[in-house]
Write a protein that binds this ligand. Structure first.
Ligand code: 13P
Ligand code: SF4
Length: 323
């Protein structure tokens, strides 16, 4: 079996019917569909905008649609609602969570930051609205360095919830940020020995990784970046073959951008519940659920006013730094 996967998505007849209905509903309701790169190809195909966490937040900020259908996970829909509260934000599956967001319960995190009152609190966008409300600045993997550099060098920083991203940023920026102990279950599952084996079989290939991956994975990567950073890198690089360590959904968009390059998904540990690097939370969204949520305008994301008012401050700081 070839290691390479060929991403050419042709929708089924049933999916084509749903496409028609979704397009009709979008018009009637003045709705926009925002999708993350980790969504199923069929969802990426019907979306108005596909992007990384930062790109999606920027779209949520500037959209003139009345309804935002967020094909991503819960914290992404919540962020869109905080950024643009006048809009109705709906999500195909309300249970689409994130291991990073779940690793950071509000009460424990509050106690942690109270123990370090002199620290600036930077949180990765993969956290709940309540955690954002306790933060000074939010960041994504595409602007994290810039956000950290905006804090005076002598100011101590707490970084949460992703310790892999935090470790990587500590190395990159020379800071010694205090890290919360959270991980992404998808990026934790990559198997370094299997990647090295695959690399031996494809010596021409470049290995690229998302910074949510383990330090030993990042150590062997020739490029480290956010999902949009990885796509741009593959586009701009003179090399032809890439082993890609992030959620497999990215391969659809990446292959569209570089139809003649070879993309090989990085292998994961055998005991992983899924043989590939799929995020079970992201994959809770289906085309059928997307159609139903647009039709019923439910499930809707709502964020209590007080949390919204507090959480918008660190999000706005991030957006201002990202322009
Ligand atoms: P980015 O798309 O911002 O790189 O984030 C990756 C991710 O894990 C989202 O859940
Ligand atoms: Fe969360 Fe990881 Fe899934 Fe992204 S890929 S939503 S960080 S569990």
């Amino acid at each position: 079996m070839s290691d390479q996967i060929n991403i050419e998505y042709k929708e089924t007849e049933k999916e084509a019917e749903l496409f028609d209905k979704i397009i009709q509903l979008k018009k009637e309701k003045n709705a926009i569909i925002l999708a993350h790169f980790y969504q199923e190809p069929v969802i990426q195909k019907i979306a108005d905008f596909v992007g990384d966490s930062l790109g999606l937040s920027q779209q949520a900020e500037k959209t003139e649609a009345d309804v935002i259908v967020f094909a991503g996970v819960h914290f992404m829909g919540e962020t869109a609602k905080i950024i643009n509260p006048a809009k109705k934000v709906i999500i195909p599956d309300l249970d689409a969570s994130c291991s990073l967001a779940e690793s950071c319960p509000t009460d424990t995190f509050k106690k942690f930051i109270d123990q370090h009152p002199d620290h600036i609190v930077i949180t990765y966008i993969n956290c709940s609205a309540e955690i954002k409300a306790l933060s000074d600045i939010v960041c994504t993997s595409s602007n994290a360095e810039k956000v950290i550099e905006s804090v005076p060098k002598d100011k101590p920083i707490i970084f949460a919830p992703d310790k892999n991203l935090g470790n990587y940023l500590n190395e990159k920026t020379g800071r010694n940020m205090l890290l919360w102990d959270g991980v992404c279950i998808v990026h934790e599952a990559f198997a370094v020995d299997k990647i090295i084996q695959l690399y031996n079989d494809h010596p021409e290939a470049k290995f690229i990784a998302h910074p949510e991956s383990n330090p030993e994975i990042l150590k062997i990567a020739s490029y480290i970046g956010s999902t949009s950073g990885m796509i741009n890198h593959v586009k701009e690089s003179p090399f032809e073959q890439f082993i890609v360590a992030t959620e497999a959904g990215i391969l659809y968009q990446m292959q569209k951008e570089v139809p003649n390059k070879t993309l090989i998904p990085a292998p994961v540990e055998e005991d992983n519940t899924c043989a590939c690097s799929e995020c079970a939370f992201m994959k809770m969204n289906t085309l059928e659920k997307l159609y139903l949520c647009l039709k019923n305008e439910s499930p809707e994301i709502n964020v209590p006013l007080k949390i919204r008012e507090e959480a918008i401050i660190p999000i706005k700081r991030m957006l201002a730094l990202s322009n």
